[in-house]
Write a protein that binds this ligand. Structure first.
Ligand code: NAD
Ligand code: DAU
Length: 347
């Protein structure tokens, strides 16, 4: 297969590109990525010289750039490209609409114009909203996105649905829970807490820290996406999850224990606005239809991931400089100073 992978210099996309080139010797990939703050060519270092891979810098919302990346034609488009961080969408939703909504429509139009045989939209469980203490999201759960990020992803899912229904585009949507693993940008919970702990900096835990996420190793997610692309039923939505529900405070504790750092590094800070309390995934459809199941054990996978960040200090130190420092101060400066003040008041 010839694939166009958009957003392939980001966390999950880069893992996917590497996995596909390793698993399918006859495949070739064009990676189209704008290299925003979250995109990093270093994530693709191992495949940059592979003759089966070509990197193109460009915006998925730019019709000419997309047409140029498709070139003589591709058999499939897998769309990872997105603004992906909930907190940033709360601060400013503009880029989320431009990339996640308009950019997806540009890709859908290009797929039709070039007769692309398969289109897979990488979506998220956040489109379903938040759960109470029990139950899980199935593919039939009504969409109820709560953050601007989640709303933009839900809009994209509906555009994909419409392209399939109206124009017969052979499309798929996958909706996955929280990923962890190598190359994740250190604004997300696990890499932020690991890199802060390695640097002996506080771990800013939102609210009471009892929110629940269902963690899945990025390799299991990528394997599921690839299976849907090759063997899924056209027009269908498939949920993917790790079956691994954890409270954020438990994740923070595991990271500190693994690194031999004190629990006193945990700081309870002001909660995220509109914070979803719990996500859980019912992945029985993909298990039943395609025989997919997550393989990576969470305790082991988390240890391996922590080890990856320990061994790749140069990677995350390079990322955590420049504009990242402005972002960090804006997002956490006041919250952390407030938390430190509250702790002093208590003593
Ligand atoms: P990421 O932020 O690490 O990477 C996003 C990539 O998209 C970056 O390389 C960035 O440069 C690129 N990009 C952004 N705007 C672009 C544009 N306009 N044109 C071209 N490229 C652009 O994100 P991620 O965590 O790897 O997530 C990838 C996809 O998976 C997203 O669609 C996200 O919604 C979805 N998803 C993520 C998770 C998770 O836990 N991280 C879970 C489920 C679904
Ligand atoms: O569920 C899938 C989604 O998972 C993806 O669609 C998103 O792209 C991805 O970013 C992720 O969204 P979350 O908001 O769940 O991930 P994040 O890592 O930002 O936060 C995980 C939990 O940790 C959440 O309850 C908020 C909390 N948190 C996060 C940060 C960054 C903290 O307590 N402190 C923090 O500093």
């Amino acid at each position: 297969m010839r694939l166009l992978v958009t957003g392939g210099a980001g966390f999950i996309g880069a893992n996917y590109v590497q996995q596909v080139l390793a698993a399918h010797p006859d495949d070739s990939i064009v990676t189209l990525d704008l290299l925003t703050y979250a995109g990093n060519l270093a994530n693709l270092e191992s495949v940059l010289d592979d003759p089966r891979h070509r990197f193109v810098r460009g915006d998925i919302a730019d019709r000419a750039a997309v047409a140029a990346a498709i070139g003589d034609g591709v058999d499939a488009i897998v769309n990872f490209a997105a603004e992906s961080h909930v907190d940033r969408s709360i601060a400013d939703a503009g880029a989320f609409l431009a990339t996640n909504v308009l950019g997806t429509q540009v890709l859908l139009d290009a797929a039709r114009a070039h007769g692309v045989g398969r289109f897979l939209q990488v979506s998220t469980d956040e489109v379903y909203g938040s759960l109470g203490p029990s139950g899980a999201f199935s593919e039939e759960t009504p969409l109820a996105p709560n953050s601007p990020y989640a709303a933009s992803k839900a809009a994209a899912d509906l555009l994909v649905r419409a392209a399939h229904h109206t124009h017969g585009l052979p499309a798929f949507v996958t909706r996955c829970s929280n990923n962890y693993g190598p190359y994740q940008f250190p604004e997300k919970l696990i890499p932020l807490f690991v890199t802060n702990a390695l640097a002996d900096q506080p771990l800013p835990l939102y609210g009471d820290g009892r929110q629940v996420r269902d963690w899945i190793h990025v390799e299991d997610h990528c394997r599921g996406i690839d299976l849907v692309l090759r063997e899924g039923r056209v027009g269908e939505v498939y949920n993917l999850g790790g079956g691994n529900e954890r409270e954020n405070i438990e994740i923070a504790g595991c990271i500190l224990e693994t690194l031999g750092k004190p629990r006193s590094l945990i700081r309870h800070v002001t909660d995220r606005l509109g914070h979803d309390r719990r996500y859980a995934i019912d992945a029985r459809k993909i298990e039943r239809e395609l025989g997919w199941k997550p393989r990576r054990d969470f305790a082991r996978g988390l240890r391996d991931t922590i080890e990856w960040y320990r061994a790749h200090r140069a990677w995350w130190e390079a990322v955590r400089s420049g504009a990242y420092l402005d972002y960090y101060e804006g997002m956490y400066g006041q919250r952390l100073r407030g938390a430190a003040g509250a702790e002093e008041d208590r003593t």
